[in-house]
Ligand binder design. Structure first.
Ligand code: NAG
Ligand code: NAG
Ligand code: NAG
Ligand code: NAG
Ligand code: NAG
Ligand code: ZN
Length: 434
């Protein structure tokens, strides 16, 4: 009878080796709520986010890369590379020679904008045998060295940002990818609260309403995870790309009009202005110093020659950025010729400004519970995700040292090694018995 018991145990372990051996890697869901400023949950009732802080990890805030914009920042999260390396240097795709400008939504399937030799996590994971999907996440719709993400949904240009019914359907969809189709990694993107932050400003009551909608959606996510029996196999990271600040307007301030300081027609051949707090300008040949000097005299902004951008910005090595970069002081929009700017809130400002800081929350089998983390840079999310998925990271600029204290001691590779020992042991047992 003892032999029979041994046999049963051995068979059980072998049959369930997915649970105990290296296959026991847990799945990962990365959710981004665009433009979720770090403190948006502090002036509104958020029971589900509060519960998450008890059940998982919360960072006081995190710092996005310089270029606090949707595409650059999301691509830093999914590649672990600075913007100067991955070269997605704006939400718009542009070519300063041809004067081409492509709006953000239309860039989402333009591989030539995203594929610059840096591999995002989806592709790196797929190359190591995992199955990945991108649901509306910026960059997911492009091909990288000819490879596409296993399953991709790209946001349509007329996609409504705030339809709660659709938000829940998207969660149901993602849950079935994990539970029925065995996906390992899914990235899920929502366009709020960025949309309402731009339209109404971060202090508007409608922003608080959207935060409550997000909170309900997180409650729905947790229900859906239980329904799909994913609680002990799925890690979830909830983060965002940047914060939001109120746009300063007359009569509170004199708004910036670049043309008042710089003869745009005479001195420049290309520019992207009128796009929040970040501007780029290509001087006409031989006119760089004149452009720089003119902008240096403009108030409420800082102008940089690309060659002199502080190293800490991690922007200067970019080949795509034009020779002149402008960063407005917090809340000032860089208007070019006229003020046609309707946004009440915006971003694109220096990532050191508290209003540009954003959120990081995580929970699941590999995360500590009730753990409040000190702030960190979003670039360190990438090595954390690789550790959770138990894959070798591509070259990156993050450091696991910064984020591994969010994980349980027994998490990740350590447990793998322990459990791997179980397989030969059970084989041995079985052969002894036989
Ligand atoms: C911009 O367009 C020109 C002319 O078509 C082309 O030669 C150049 O490679 C393009 N630049 C970039 C950065 O794509
Ligand atoms: C990606 O590659 C596939 C196969 O070559 C092609 O059908 C698809 O159009 C490409 N997608 C993009 C966004 O370039
Ligand atoms: C919201 O989404 C649901 C499900 O996709 C759809 O049936 C409904 O018409 C949408 N509502 C609006 C106002 O767009
Ligand atoms: C903007 O610049 C003006 C002129 O230098 C200065 O007086 C003002 O204080 C600045 N505004 C802010 C909000 O920094
Ligand atoms: C970022 O990582 C890449 C790839 O390892 C490396 O080439 C680059 O020098 C790094 N950047 C910085 C600022 O360390
Ligand atoms: Zn935005």
């Amino acid at each position: 009878p003892l032999n029979l018991i041994y046999l049963c145990i051995s068979l059980y372990i072998i049959v369930n080796k997915q649970k105990y051996c290296s296959y026991s890697r847990n799945k990962l869901l990365l959710i981004s709520f665009d433009g979720f400023r770090w403190d948006y949950d502090q002036d509104v009732d958020t029971p589900n986010l509060d519960q998450l802080a008890l059940d998982g990890v919360k960072a006081k805030y995190i710092t996005p890369p310089m270029l606090t914009m949707t595409s650059p920042s999301h691509f830093t999260t999914i590649t672990g590379r600075w913007v100067e390396d991955h070269e997605v240097v704006h939400n718009m795709m542009f070519n300063s020679t041809t004067n081409l400008k492509v709006p953000h939504k239309q860039t989402l399937t333009r591989s030539e904008w995203w594929d610059n030799g840096v591999l995002p996590l989806w592709i790196t994971a797929q190359n190591q045998g995992l199955k990945t999907a991108s649901f509306h996440y910026p960059g997911g719709g492009a091909n990288y060295s000819g490879q596409s993400v296993n399953r991709v949904l790209v946001e349509e240009s007329n996609h409504p940002d705030d339809n709660e019914t659709e938000w829940r359907q998207n969660i149901d969809q993602v849950m079935s990818w994990f539970s029925e189709e065995d996906f390992h990694l899914v990235t899920l993107y929502y366009g709020e609260p960025d949309n309402v932050g731009h339209a109404k400003g971060p202090d508007h009551p409608d922003r608080k309403k959207i935060i409550q909608q997000i909170d309900r959606t997180i409650g729905y996510l947790r229900e859906a995870m239980s329904r799909h029996h994913l609680n002990d196999r799925l890690n979830v990271i909830i983060t965002s790309d940047h914060g939001m600040t109120t746009v300063k307007k007359r009569p509170q301030v004199d708004e910036i009009i670049i043309r008042d300081y710089l003869n745009l027609l005479k001195l420049t051949s290309f520019e992207i202005l009128d796009y929040g707090g970040f501007g780029i300008v290509t001087p006409r040949p031989g006119r760089e110093q004149e452009v720089f000097d003119a902008l240096s005299n403009a108030p409420n902004l800082t102008v940089y020659k690309k060659s002199q951008i502080p190293e800490s910005f991690h922007l200067g090595k970019s080949e795509r950025l034009p020779p002149i970069v402008i960063i407005a002081d917090l809340g000032f929009n860089l208007n070019s010729r006229l003020i046609v700017y309707v946004n009440k809130g915006d971003h694109g400002f220096h990532n050191g400004e508290m209003d540009m800081k954003t959120i990081f929350r995580a929970f699941g089998p590999d995360f500590k519970s009730n753990f409040l983390s000190e702030p960190f840079d979003s670039i360190h999310i990438y090595p954390l995700m690789c550790e959770l998925l138990q894959i070798d990271p591509a070259p990156h600029n993050g450091s696991l040292v910064v984020t591994k204290n969010l994980l349980l001691q027994s998490g990740g590779s350590q447990r793998t090694r322990l459990s791997l020992a179980l397989l030969p042991l059970s084989m041995l047992l079985m052969f002894t018995v036989l």
